[in-house]
Ligand binder design. Structure first.
Ligand code: GLY
Ligand code: MN
Ligand code: MN
Length: 439
């Protein structure tokens, strides 16, 4: 998208944030919203800092992710103010002077030390909702994170503006480019570490830029849901490759998973079956559809795949009822995504609080809301061959449900996960990931 178009979407995005902020402040009885960008955190007994992560409430307003010590001041009816921290420093790179389509919407004051912000913040701290971490406090400006304000903003954050959808599209493009490079590296015989480097190179992002640590798993490692070890040496024979890796763009995340078989074999066929099931699940992302139901339906669909491949000997329905399907699909179908890879407000019952519980027996689901236009969710079904969970099936006396010889056939491949980002619209689902792969 060209920048004039992005600029006009951004203006609408700001309008939406201003409108939300006015309500949020009113709910909490405040006049101003203050958002520190965050500060550096140091390792204990050391002068080494941890990777800086900007306050998500800050990057909701502007695509600036590397300006620790800055503050936003939002007062309804007034132009927002950015206190932009640009220290006098010759040891480190100083954040660049603000530029881009967003700058004209802010009164920008450059500060050189953290305490300089004090001169420019609203005088009456009691009238300020301050959203941030405790260590961002300066003087009497201590983050108070008022619950009614957070409840409102977190709930509304699920509904992406057109600008946010476009930012997420850009993140998808980067992620897809890097996924393609990673697949090439796998087929060329690289180690997990080598694939990771190929991914980062193609994305133009290093580990601290990425929205989460890359999961790059060959063979049995695919059965570890969050495998992040990255062997330095390739296996003797690379049979399969599961990659769960994202990218960032202007503070927005993508979260994409693909699984490959090295050869045209039964595992390749199983990947295609999961892929076909996943596409159907993506099509269920429609306004009014309960995401909890999507998760439960996914169990049935995946149990159907296990049945078709002779891994289970009971019906798909029975496998779901007895919990056998959970041994093969032991995580949630997905989550909201946007400024954070696991976005806030996943269980919010309303914009004034309350929780929508997870379905019984499904502790790892991260989103329980009913889908509405503007929500962007991941759809990430998986099937894995995990010794610990398979052992539990036997312990529960359900061993007869499974053909253990078939399990042995598939175990050397680890597992399958396929993950896309899907936007809920007024009509059909919009699959941002497939769109990027198709481009
Ligand atoms: N990459 C983490 C997740 O899929 O939720
Ligand atoms: Mn995910
Ligand atoms: Mn993922």
């Amino acid at each position: 998208m060209n920048s004039p178009a992005l600029a006009s979407l951004y203006a609408q995005h700001l309008d939406a944030l201003h409108a939300r902020t006015a309500v949020a402040l009113q709910r909490g009885g405040f006049e101003h919203l203050l958002i520190p960008s965050g500060t550096l955190l140091y390792q204990v007994f050391d002068d080494r800092d941890y990777p800086y992560a900007v306050n998500p409430q800050f990057k909701a307003w502007l695509p600036v992710t590397r300006a620790p010590g800055s503050w936003l001041v939002i007062t309804p009816g007034q132009r927002p103010k950015l206190l932009f921290m640009q220290p006098h420093d010759y040891w480190h790179v100083v954040p660049e002077a603000p530029s881009g389509y967003w700058v004209e919407h802010f009164d920008i004051i450059v500060i050189r030390t953290p305490d300089e912000a004090l001169q420019h913040l609203p005088k009456d701290t009691a009238r300020c909702a301050i959203l941030g971490e405790a260590q961002s406090a300066i003087g009497s400006y201590v983050p108070n994170n008022p619950q009614p304000v957070l409840d409102y903003l977190d709930y509304q954050r699920a509904f992406k503006t057109a600008y946010e959808i476009e930012m997420m599209r850009q993140a998808q493009r980067i992620g897809v480019r890097a996924h393609r490079a990673a697949e090439r590296a796998f087929r060329a015989g690289s180690s997990e570490f080598g694939i990771h480097l190929a991914y980062c190179q193609a994305a133009g992002q290093d580990a601290n830029d990425l929205p989460y640590g890359n999961i790059i798993a060959l063979n049995e490692h695919g059965a570890v849901l969050h495998y992040t070890d990255r062997d330095r040496v390739p296996p003797n024979q690379a049979r399969s490759f599961l990659i769960d890796a994202g990218a960032s763009f202007g503070g927005y995340a993508c979260d994409i998973t693909r699984t490959y078989s090295a050869q045209e074999d039964e595992f390749a066929a199983m990947i295609r079956a999961v892929d076909a099931a996943q596409l159907k699940m993506c099509a269920s992302v429609r306004a009014g559809f309960d995401y909890k139901q999507l998760h439960l339906d996914a169990h049935l669909a995946l149990a159907g795949v296990l049945k078709d491949f002779g891994v289970i000997m009971v019906s798909a329905e029975t496998a779901v009822e007895t919990g056998v399907s959970s041994a093969f699909f032991p995580h949630g179908i997905g989550h909201g995504i946007g400024l954070q890879v696991h976005d806030v407000g996943g269980f919010a019952a309303s914009d004034s609080g309350g929780t929508i519980d997870k379905p019984e027996g499904h502790p790892y689901l991260r989103l329980t809301r009913v889908l509405q236009p503007g929500m962007v969710v991941t759809i990430e079904p998986g099937l894995y061959f995990i010794d610990m969970l398979l052992g539990e099936i036997k312990q529960k006396g359900l061993g007869d449900s499974v053909d253990w010889a078939r399990v042995e056939t598939f175990k050397p491949y680890g597992g399958i996960r396929i993950e896309d980002e899907v936007a809920c619209t007024d009509g059909e689902a919009l699959n941002l990931t497939r769109e990027a792969f198709a481009a």
